[in-house]
Design a protein around this ligand. Structure first.
Ligand code: SF4
Length: 281
């Protein structure tokens, strides 16, 4: 007899999971027949293996011979009721194996979009909470833009560029083809800031950018960094070149070079004889 205070711990009931199921394991032919019923003729290959998912529930795998599905397997799940020796088919599916070719993870179109993707007639809706924009009636940190917005009141720009939108645009233009790091800018005699073809911009961005209005420049009509520049600089003829010019290069592949006057160190003509100009005998 056990009195109060002599309580003893009751051992927990331990449910052991089965590690094998000979009935399901042996039902390969049943599983194969189920897969062949779903697949087209000749699309079910050899038996790959059996996995016991849990008690009385297991899956047989067969090689998939469907063209274009290399590495996939037919997966046939079987089950049986307790104390039964009859396996039944639960489902047949095609699943990717370890070496299966899979499509890349889907990416929404809004994240796939790249600069330059917008074509003629395309519409690109801007999200209502796009961080690059803010309501036009909000005062921004750009005084000149605010003044313009005030002038525009009633003309209706519901949203204007936000601080983030300006920063992103400035970074893009600065690092782009018309920024100071481009090869053209590196070889230019001077920057756009001193060029007569540079049209200043309005707003806060004018401190670093302008618009090129030189029809001969590759930047004509484009936003240029003030540190960008090209050979069409209005004062290019007055600005000293950035490096001395090399000797002229002549393509000698298509013809022979003939000296107009004899080489004093070679040939049979005496240095003491008077030299005649070409075209005279
Ligand atoms: S012509 Fe050349 S230097 Fe002048 S604004 Fe245009 S890009 Fe700049």
């Amino acid at each position: 007899m056990v009195g109060m205070g002599d309580n003893q711990r009751v051992p927990a009931t331990v449910t052991r999971r089965a590690t094998s199921d000979p009935v399901l394991d042996a039902a390969v032919d049943l599983a194969r027949a189920a897969a062949q019923e779903v697949a087209e003729p000749g699309q079910v290959g050899g038996h790959v293996g059996f996995v016991l998912e849990q008690d009385r529930l297991g899956t047989h795998h067969f090689t998939c011979l469907v063209p274009g599905y290399r590495g996939w397997v037919w997966s046939v799940t079987l089950a049986r009721v307790p104390r039964s020796r009859t396996a039944t088919v639960c489902e047949v599916v095609l699943v990717p194996g370890e070496e299966a070719l899979l499509a890349p993870e889907w990416v929404p179109w809004s994240e796939r979009l790249r600069p330059g993707d917008l074509g003629i007639g395309d519409l690109l809706p801007t999200a209502a909470d796009d961080d690059r924009l803010e309501p036009g009636w909000l005062a921004s940190d750009d005084e000149e833009a605010d003044r313009l917005a005030f002038v525009e009141l009633g003309l209706g720009r519901p949203r204007v560029l936000s601080f983030l939108g300006r920063v992103e645009a400035a970074e893009r233009w600065w690092e782009g083809d018309f920024g100071p790091h481009s090869p053209m800018a590196q070889a230019a005699p001077a920057g756009c800031s001193s060029c007569g073809f540079m049209v200043p911009m309005a707003g806060a961005l004018r401190a670093a950018f302008g618009v090129c209005a030189n029809t001969y420049s590759p930047a004509d009509g484009r936003v240029v960094a003030l540190d960008y520049g090209c050979g069409g600089h209005s004062e290019a003829a007055l600005v000293p070149g950035s490096r001395p010019s090399d000797a002229p290069r002549i393509d000698e592949v298509g013809f022979d070079v003939v000296r107009a006057r004899p080489d004093p160190e070679h040939g049979s003509v005496s240095e003491t004889e008077p030299v005649e100009d070409l075209g005279h005998s």
